[in-house]
Structures are given as C-alpha cells and as structure tokens.
Ligand binder design. Structure first.
Ligand SMILES: Cc1ncc(COP(=O)(O)O)c(C=O)c1O
Length: 377
C-alpha cells in the first residue's frame, strides 16, 4: 500500500460530475475573471463564516498583505504573531515595512502562547495575528482581551482552519479581518492558488476589493496603489461545489483523527491536544516523538509519506536573521522543530489506511534496538 500525505484525486473522483459541470459553466460563459461565480462564492463563503463580507483574492499570502494595507500597518509598526507558523503569516507584515514580533507557542496545542504576548507589546505595536494553527482555533478570548486593553487590532490567519469553531462560533469574525487560503491541499482547496478576506467591516472589504484589482474605483479610475490579485472564475466555481461538502469533510477528518488516537494512544507518542471549547478541523495531524527523523525514514520505506510543519521556526529563517533573535529565545518552538511530524490525513482516508500506518508504528517500536525510541521527553 502507498499512502500519500494528501490524496486530492480521491476527492475529485467523488465529486467529479459536479466539478466538471462547474468548469464547463465557466468556460461556456467565458467568466474567467470576476463575474457571477466569484460574486456567488464570496456571498456563500461570507454566509458560511457568518460574516458580512468576503473578498476573494489570489492567495492567503495576499489576503494577509491586503489586511495589513487596509489597516494602514506601515514602516516602523510592530505586529505580534506566533513564531511557530508558516512564513506567510509574517510576510504580509514585512511587505509593509513593518516588523513581525515573534511569540513562542504553547506546549499542548502549539498555538500562540497567550501568556507571552503582553511582554512583547510596545508603543509601536499595531496588531496581533492569531493563527489557528493545524486547524485548531487559537485562544481567542485571551487574545481579544489583551488587544482590547492595549487598543490593538486582531487579525486572524485562518488559512488552515476553514469551518473550525471557537466556543460555538466559526473562526473568521473574531478579529477585524481574517485571511483564508484555498491552496489545493487545504480543507477547502481550489485547483490552483486562491484566498479570501472575511470581515464585518465594510470599509476594509471595499478597500481590499480595490487593492486586488489595480487599486481601481471603477474602470480606469485608480485611487489606491493596488495590484492584480483576484480569485478567478474557475477557482470560484470549483470552491462553490466544494464548500457544500466542507462540514462533512471536516467531520471525516475528525473521525480519521479519532482512529489514529485510538490506535496510537498506547504508544508513548504525544498526540494532538484538542481544547474542549473548540473544534479542531485537523488540516494537519501533528504528533511529537523523540526520534522523528528515524521514524519518518522508516515510514517512507513503507511508502507512507508524512510532513513536518514546521522544521524551522521563523526566527531561524535567513530572511528574518536581521531581527536579531537567537537560539533559546523560543524554547518550545525550537524543541518542536526537531520532534514534530504530520501524519497523512484527508477526509477520504479509509480505516485500513490508518491501520496500515499505525501497524507500521508498532513495527517500528518492536523492531527498534532502542526500546524508548518512540517516547516523549
Ligand atoms: C498559516 C498559513 N498562513 C498563510 C498561508 C498562505 O496561504 P497561500 O499559500 O494561499 O498564500 C498558509 C498556506 O500555506 C498557511 O498555512
């Protein structure tokens, strides 16, 4: 058996007719840029997130950048964000000439450690980016109350958490605006790049709709220094089909995660910790072990392909060396970088596939010369 990290073909095969029809519809109408599909998807995704506005853009990265532009985050400003995240969370801030200020993650959920946010706030701090990492919402109550006390914006990076709940409310409207990515492997993925900003603020939505389209107010009237970063018609039509299945797929991901949990809980592996007041949608299923690299190698030989999210915390990235952080500044994230790995997970995964993987884990433990090879520190 070969098990890929994600299997988008299986998903396509289950909804093939609907997807093919949607693509044909766009081609027949030649509505490749803008048009009905984009407008309808924006309406439907805003409704799904229980938000007033959605602006489709070209990627999650641009969604974050446009939010920073709309909030007038500029050179000299500081924005607080977790050091354990994908680099795109920080790139929007940097592209404004502002400074990303990193905070370590907590040991259990791997989301930003809210106890460590306030010590990073200065007179230049403008915003906090709450990343709902791996599909589990960050601790929003604490983040919102810190932001309120210090008069800061909260931006959500929900690129990995489509449909996740925090205290019975979907992510996306806790902050002033939130960024979503529709990169193909996401819980809601397009067939190319795509992203969106969700907000309840009419001014932000309007500004982002200008920024994504050459900064134009109307055709050939340009009032913002914009760019070309649109969600295209084909992607919107595909996303409309997939959005109908998102909750079902998220439930299936949770079932797969439970199967892993049941089968692996006897091994000394740190399994994902889900807080009771939130709903983890398992974009990624991240576990922690002592001998991560040997285990990855062993699984690869059995054609089980895993990932690492993320092997290098942001303060160790070359591009952020100039910020002056050093080893030891973020002990939890630094420790995780050599210990975490992400197991294959997608809605269509069969129980037999999970069994095949968990059997491989057992085999690794039983054949290992070091009995504590898979253990937690
Ligand atoms: C947490 C996070 N933020 C931002 C992004 C950027 O999204 P995109 O790849 O659509 O630019 C991603 C996507 O990988 C992500 O996982």
């Amino acid at each position: 058996m070969q098990i890929n990290f994600v299997d988008l073909n299986k998903q396509y095969n289950r909804i093939k007719t609907e997807i093919d029809d949607a693509i044909q519809r766009v081609i027949k109408n030649s509505s490749f840029i803008g048009g009905e599909e984009v407008r309808s998807f924006e309406e439907e995704f805003a409704y799904y997130c229980d938000a007033r506005y959605c602006a489709g853009v070209n990627s999650g990265t641009d969604a974050l950048k446009f939010i920073c532009m709309a909030l007038d985050i500029k050179e000299g400003d500081e924005v607080i964000l977790p050091v354990n995240t994908f680099i795109a969370t920080a790139l929007g801030v940097s592209s404004m000439g502002a400074i990303p200020v990193f905070v370590d993650c907590e040991d259990g959920t791997y989301n930003i450690d809210t106890e460590k946010i306030e010590e990073k706030i200065t007179s230049r701090t403008k915003a906090i980016i709450a990343v709902h990492l791996y599909g589990q919402p960050a601790e929003m109550n604490s983040i919102l109350s810190i932001a309120q006390r210090h008069k800061l914006y909260v931006i959500e990076d929900a690129c990995q958490a489509h449909g996740a709940y925090y205290k019975n409310r979907r992510v996306g409207t806790f902050g002033i605006a939130s960024a979503f990515s529709f990169y193909p492997g996401k819980n809601l993925g397009a067939y190319g790049d795509g992203g969106a900003v969700i907000t309840n603020d009419a001014g932000i939505a309007e500004k982002i709709k200008k920024l994504r389209e050459y900064g134009q107010e109307e055709k050939y009237v340009h009032t913002e220094m914009g760019t070309n970063s649109r969600l295209d018609g084909l992607q919107a039509a595909i996303l409309r089909v997939k959005l109908k299945y998102l909750d079902e797929w998220n439930d299936k991901r949770k079932n797969v995660a439970s199967c892993y949990h049941e089968s692996l809980e006897d091994l000394q592996i740190k399994l994902p910790e889900t807080k009771a007041d939130r709903n983890h949608v398992f974009h990624l299923l991240v576990i922690e072990t002592d001998n991560r690299d040997e285990l990855l190698q062993f699984l690869k030989q059995k054609e089980i392909y895993c990932g690492i999210h993320y092997p290098v915390p942001l303060h160790f990235q070359g591009v952020y060396r100039e910020l002056g952080y050093k080893a030891g500044d973020f002990p939890v994230s630094e420790r995780l970088a050599s210990r975490i790995m992400s197991l294959p997970i997608y809605p269509e995964m069969e129980k037999e596939e999970v069994n095949y993987i968990t059997n491989a884990f057992n085999e690794f433990v039983s054949t290992s010369t070091n009995p504590s090879l898979v253990s937690i520190q």
